[in-house]
Write a protein that binds this ligand. Structure first.
Ligand code: FEO
Ligand code: CA
Ligand code: CA
Ligand code: CA
Length: 593
C-alpha cells in the first residue's frame, strides 16, 4: 500500500461539509492565510497595489499577476539535492484576468480602439511569477529585492526550441528565422521537471488572436482562432504598437503589412523557465505538441532511461498525450535539451480496459499511411507538431471529456488524470462512460510494455449516491468538475474543483474546493473550501510537507465595476484578488494528517 512508507495515517483530518461563503475554510486544527495576492509588489520600484484599480501597465509588470493557477515551491537548495522547507522560490502561473476587476471602471473601447495602457496592463497581468520567499519567526514573507524575483508576461521574449524551431510556419516579422516569439498566455497548469525547472502550459491562447481571412489555415482553424476579433481586442490598441497588433494574424486587412500571419503558431506550447537563472530566456518546447495544454506531469526520472511526461488538451473531445525523450536521463547532465528530441504519443482507450499510445511521428510508417489515407499531408515533423490535434485525429485517439491535470503516483507509477466535464456528450465509450457528463471523472492507468497501458475509472464526480463500483459519494465528499490534481510524496491524492458559477449556484456542491483521497481505499474527504465565485487550482508543499500552497483563482468572477461578488481576501468593500493560500497545521504537523 502507498501508506506503507509513512507511519502516520494517510488522512487524519476531520472533513468539511460543503458550503457557500466568502472565506477560506480548512479543517479544525489548520490555519489558512492569503499570500501574494494579485498586485503584490515584486520587482523594480515595488509599486504598491492600488485597490481602486488605478495601477498602470508598467506597474503591473512589477507586481504579481492575476488569476493564480499552477504553482510549485522549489527549495532554495533544490539543485544540490536539498530540501530546505524554510526558503525557496514560489513559481506560479497567471492564467488570465477579469476586465471588470483589473481596471478601475472596467475595460474601454473608444471608437473601436482600446486605450494602450489598458492593453499593456492586461498583457502584463498574464504569465508567470517567480517569488523568492522565506519563513521567519513562523511567517512566510517575500524576500524583497531578491535577484530571483521575476515577472514573465505576455510580452517577454522567448526562444522556440525542438522540431518546430526555424519552421517556415513559425516565421514572423519579429523573428523571420522562426526561432523566437514574445510572451506566454493563458498559463493554466504547470509542471516541475526532474531538473528543477518549471513548465508553464499555454491553454486557451487561440482566442487572444484574430484571423479575418476567408480561409484560415488548419493550424488556426482547428484551434479556434476567432475570425472577427480577439477576446480582448488587443489588436486594436490605440498606439498601433507592433507588440499588440501582432495579435491580428490576417493576411489582408488593417495590419496586413505587419505580417504576423504565423504569430498564433508560436503559441499553444509548453514553456520552460529556469527560476534559478533569472537572466535565462524562457523556451517553448515544441516536442511536447501544440494544443490547449492544461499542464504537464513527469513520471519519476530514472537514471539511464528516457524522460516521460503527460499533458492533457482541455477542450471537449480532445486528447491525452505522452512524450518520451529520445535521449536518456542522467542526473548529472539533465536539462531542457532532453525535451527537444523524442516522440509525442496520443492515447487510445479501448473498451477492454486496455489502451495504446499512438505515435505522432513523421518517421512512423503507420502514421504516415493513415495520414495519406485521410488525404492529409505534413511537410515535416514541425508541421505535424504545429498541427498536433489534426495528427491525433488521424491516429484515431479517444475523444475525452476535457482532460485537465494529471499526476503520477510517486511509489506505484500509476497516472491519474481529471476529465472535468462534458455536458454535450451524447454517445459514450468506456473511458467517457456518461452522456451529459456535467460532473466529470478521474481516470487512471498503469503503463505496460510495447506502448500499451491498462486503465480504469478511479472516481466519478457527482451528487450523493454516485457510485464508482467500489465507492459511493456522500455529503462528506460529493464533488463536480475535478480539475487540479496532485499526489504528494506521502501518496495523498489532492483533487481540486473548477465548477462554473452556475454549477456552484445550483448546488449541491457548494463553492469550489479541494478534497483529499486515498488512492488505494478511495476514501475521500473535503479539505478546503474557497471563497465566492473562485476556482481552487494549483497545490504544492514544502519538502517537509508542513506548509501547503494552494491557489485561489478569480474570486468574485461575476463582478461588475463597483459591484464585486467577492471581497476576498481583503474583506470590507475591497476588490477581489486571486491569491495563494498558505495552509499550515496548528501543531506544526504534516498537512493531511
Ligand atoms: Fe485553465 Fe482547463 O483550466
Ligand atoms: Ca484548470
Ligand atoms: Ca477547468
Ligand atoms: Ca481557470
Amino acid at each position: 500500500s502507498s501508506s506503507s512508507a509513512a507511519p502516520e495515517v494517510l488522512l487524519g483530518f476531520t472533513g468539511l461539509a460543503a458550503g457557500r461563503g466568502d472565506s477560506i475554510q480548512v479543517p479544525a486544527g489548520y490555519t489558512a492565510t492569503a499570500f501574494v495576492p494579485w498586485g503584490t509588489p515584486l520587482t523594480g520600484s515595488l509599486p504598491p497595489f492600488a485597490d481602486n484599480g488605478s495601477n498602470t501597465g508598467i506597474e503591473q509588470e512589477q507586481q504579481v499577476g492575476s488569476h493564480h493557477d499552477g504553482i510549485f515551491f522549489l527549495a532554495m537548495d533544490a539543485n544540490v539535492g536539498g530540501n530546505n522547507s524554510e526558503e525557496g522560490l514560489l513559481v506560479m502561473n497567471h492564467e488570465y484576468f477579469d476586465p471588470d476587476v483589473l481596471h478601475a471602471n472596467g475595460p474601454s473601447l473608444v471608437n473601436g480602439k482600446r486605450p494602450t495602457d489598458e492593453v499593456h496592463k492586461e498583457v502584463a497581468t498574464h504569465g508567470v511569477s517567480v517569488i523568492h520567499i522565506k519563513r521567519t519567526s513562523g511567517e512566510w514573507r517575500v524576500v524583497e529585492g531578491s535577484v530571483f524575483n521575476r515577472r514573465i508576461t505576455g510580452a517577454t521574449p522567448m526562444e522556440i526550441r525542438g522540431p518546430a524551431m526555424g519552421s517556415a510556419k513559425m516565421a514572423t516579422k519579429y523573428s523571420p528565422s522562426g526561432t523566437e516569439t514574445r510572451g506566454t498566455l493563458n498559463n493554466c497548469g504547470s509542471g516541475l521537471t526532474p531538473w528543477n525547472t518549471y513548465l508553464a502550459a499555454e491553454e486557451n491562447w487561440a482566442g487572444y488572436f484574430v484571423n479575418k481571412d476567408t480561409t484560415r489555415p488548419r493550424e488556426h482553424a482547428r484551434y479556434g482562432v476567432p475570425s472577427s476579433n480577439g477576446r480582448y481586442s488587443w489588436e486594436h490598441a490605440e498606439s498601433g504598437e507592433d507588440v499588440y497588433v501582432r495579435f491580428d494574424a490576417s493576411t489582408k486587412g488593417d495590419h496586413a503589412h505587419q505580417d504576423y500571419r504565423n504569430e498564433p503558431n508560436t503559441f499553444g506550447w509548453m514553456v520552460e523557465i529556469d527560476p534559478f537563472r533569472p537572466e535565462s530566456k524562457p523556451q517553448k518546447r515544441t516536442s511536447l505538441g501544440r494544443f490547449g495544454h492544461e499542464g504537464v506531469v513527469f513520471a519519476p526520472a530514472v537514471e539511464g532511461e528516457p524522460v516521460v511526461c503527460y499533458s492533457g488538451d482541455d477542450a471537449t473531445y480532445e486528447y491525452i498525450y505522452k512524450f518520451v525523450s529520445a535521449d536518456n536521463y542522467h542526473a548529472a547532465t539533465a536539462g531542457g535539451h532532453l525535451l527537444n528530441h523524442g516522440v509525442l504519443y496520443v492515447a487510445r482507450f479501448d473498451e477492454t480496459g486496455k489502451g495504446e499510445w499512438l505515435p505522432l511521428d513523421i518517421n512512423d510508417s503507420g502514421f504516415v499511411a493513415k495520414a495519406a489515407a485521410a488525404g492529409v499531408t505534413f511537410a515535416d515533423q514541425a508541421d505535424v507538431l504545429i498541427n498536433t490535434r489534426l495528427a491525433a485525429d488521424i491516429q484515431g485517439a479517444t475523444k475525452m471529456d476535457r482532460p485537465e491535470w494529471g499526476t503520477v503516483h510517486p511509489q506505484t507509477g500509476e497516472v491519474y488524470f481529471t476529465l472535468t466535464n462534458n455536458s454535450g456528450r451524447s454517445t459514450t465509450d468506456a473511458a467517457n462512460p456518461r452522456t451529459n457528463n456535467t460532473t466529470g471523472h478521474i481516470i487512471r492507468w498503469r503503463e505496460q510494455a510495447d506502448h500499451t497501458f491498462e486503465w480504469d475509472i478511479f472516481l466519478l464526480g457527482g451528487d450523493v449516491g454516485t457510485s464508482t463500483g467500489d465507492v459511493t459519494l456522500t455529503e462528506a465528499n460529493h464533488f463536480a468538475s475535478p480539475d487540479g490534481l496532485w499526489i504528494d510524496p506521502r501518496g495523498v491524492l489532492w483533487i481540486q474543483t473548477d465548477m462554473s458559477g452556475s454549477q456552484q449556484n445550483a448546488g449541491p456542491f457548494g463553492n469550489n474546493q479541494m478534497l483529499a483521497a486515498d488512492p488505494v481505499t478511495k476514501e475521500v474527504r473535503r479539505f478546503l473550501i474557497g471563497p465566492m465565485d473562485c476556482e481552487v487550482t494549483g497545490v504544492h508543499t514544502t519538502p517537509d510537507l508542513k506548509t501547503m500552497f494552494v491557489n485561489i483563482q478569480h474570486p468574485g468572477d461575476r463582478s461588475t465595476p463597483g459591484n464585486f461578488t467577492s471581497h476576498w481576501p481583503g474583506g470590507g468593500t475591497s476588490r477581489p484578488r486571486s491569491a495563494t493560500v498558505i495552509v499550515t497545521k496548528n501543531d506544526g504537523g504534516i498537512i493531511g494528517t
